[in-house]
Design a protein around this ligand. Structure first.
Ligand code: BTN
Length: 236
């Protein structure tokens, strides 16, 4: 993929910028990188605190797969960001939590937000580098908190994009199977709590990913439950 990087100091949300660019005919690989966001968004309409010091960018993808498979691109992004984080923190334990959170020592270091528009798929990535914004819902960390030598800030985006390029090409050429396998290898295997859209709570452990990317949970009662949407928390 050819990446075309547009760097800005401040914006509302890089996802908004890339959605707008997509509607105006931007090509695949169009990237907006912002030093700060004033209205950064997370999954389920939550805010994503975006002070200066962290990485915030969005990239326009034009997947070759049919639209009903686009949800599985979450895992492409998660595996790519996970690989990048492993390269930044070679000593750390880096794990993936469904659907696309990247954890370091069980704490969230990155979030990914996918938004589909007629012209393609906008993938927004936030990676905590120097700042560890408080998130009431989960434990959070940053590259700086993990106490390893920090890579120069300007190396972060090219590294993430290079892993994305590799995994995205694989997805387009071979389908979901290799991505699923790579995601499963890095899956967080500790206790999970899931809040389902109907308000039910289920606890269990990761059993695998389904062909469509759904989470297969082995519940504490020993049953298997297939989860298509919900809020998943690591730890007891
Ligand atoms: C989540 O874990 O809830 C997803 C967070 C996604 C945050 C990134 S930061 C860059 C891009 N712009 C946004 O407004 N959100 C995404």
């Amino acid at each position: 993929m050819n990446f075309e990087i547009h760097r800005v100091d401040v914006t509302t949300s890089t996802n908004d910028d890339v959605v707008r660019a997509a509607k105006n005919g931007a090509p695949e690989g169009y990237v907006v990188l912002a030093m700060q966001q004033k209205l950064g968004r997370g999954r389920m309409g939550r805010p994503w605190m975006s002070p200066a010091g962290n990485l915030y960018f969005s990239v326009l993808l034009k997947p070759s797969m049919p639209r009903q498979m686009w949800g599985t691109y979450s895992f492409v992004l998660a595996v790519a960001v996970g690989d990048a984080v492993k390269s930044f923190l070679p000593q750390a334990s880096v794990e993936l939590k469904w659907p696309n959170d990247v954890l370091v020592h069980e704490k969230k270091i990155s979030g990914i937000l996918l938004e589909a528009v007629d012209q393609g798929l906008v993938a927004g990535i936030g990676l905590n580098v120097l700042m560890t914004p408080d998130m009431s819902r989960c434990d959070v960390t940053s590259l700086a908190e993990e106490h390893e030598a920090l890579p120069p800030f300007d190396n972060l985006l090219p590294t993430v994009l290079s892993h994305l390029d590799t995994w995205y090409a694989r997805m387009n050429a071979e389908g979901f199977a290799p991505i699923r396998k790579a995601w499963e290898v890095s899956a967080y295997r500790g206790p999970l709590r899931v809040r389902l859209p109907d308000g039910r709570n289920v606890s269990g452990t990761f059993e695998g990913l389904e062909d469509d990317g759904a989470l297969c949970l082995k519940t504490d009662k020993g049953e298997k439950e297939k989860i298509h949407s919900g809020d998943v928390f690591a730890g007891l």
